[in-house]
Design a protein around this ligand. Structure first.
Ligand code: COA
Length: 150
């Protein structure tokens, strides 16, 4: 399996632009999510969400966002891997990087709204479905949760 070497918590404007470029390609171009829904208030400068970006050979190939939901709970959002990179373990590495950061931030559980086609991906990482399927941006979703171990 190809292991991506370089997954970063976003700290610079360039890294943030790179993360947004991946999201734009995956969600807006590939999945037809309206740009007005893809970028939201949690992406603004000064918002508390933590962004992640993954590079292979200096090219941005993955992105995600961790949002503070309540004092114990983080919300995993916008998990995106470029089509050409899928199946290499990058999505899992991004999730593990977010979980590590969440622990460091004192969070004890993570929640997310999974696109139903990706439910198995999250289940393999220990997330459990809760509630019923619902539609968001024209795509079926299911909520999932995971308790973080120390
Ligand atoms: N269905 C079933 N299993 C899947 C899966 C899917 N759609 N995607 C990944 N998996 C499995 C892999 O087979 C692998 O299993 P293994 O541990 O037994 O080898 C494991 O999950 C990890 O896969 P990985 O290679 O790390 O996943 P990825 O890099 O392809 O990323 C997504 C997965 C979902 C992030 C990626 O497909 C993607 O960006 N899709 C488009 C955007 C999207 O839908 N994001 C999710 C929003 S909720």
């Amino acid at each position: 399996m190809n292991k991506v070497q370089d997954i970063r918590r976003v700290r610079t404007e360039q890294e943030k632009a790179d993360a947004f470029a991946v999201r734009q390609q995956v969600f807006v171009v590939e999945q037809n999510v309206p740009p007005s829904l893809e970028i939201d208030e949690h992406d603004r400068a000064g918002a508390s969400a933590i962004h992640f970006v993954a590079y292979r050979d200096d090219k941005p190939v993955g992105a995600s966002r961790l949002r503070f939901y309540d004092p114990q709970t983080g919300k995993v959002e916008r998990v995106a891997v470029m089509e050409s990179e899928r199946g290499t373990g990058l999505g899992r590495e991004l999730m593990l990087a977010m979980e590590q950061t969440a622990r460091e931030e004192g969070l004890t559980q993570l929640k997310l709204n999974a696109q139903c086609h990706a439910q198995r991906f999250y289940e393999k990482l220990g997330y459990q479905p809760v509630g019923d399927v619902f539609e968001e941006a024209g795509i079926d979703h299911i909520s999932m949760v995971k308790k973080l171990q120390d």
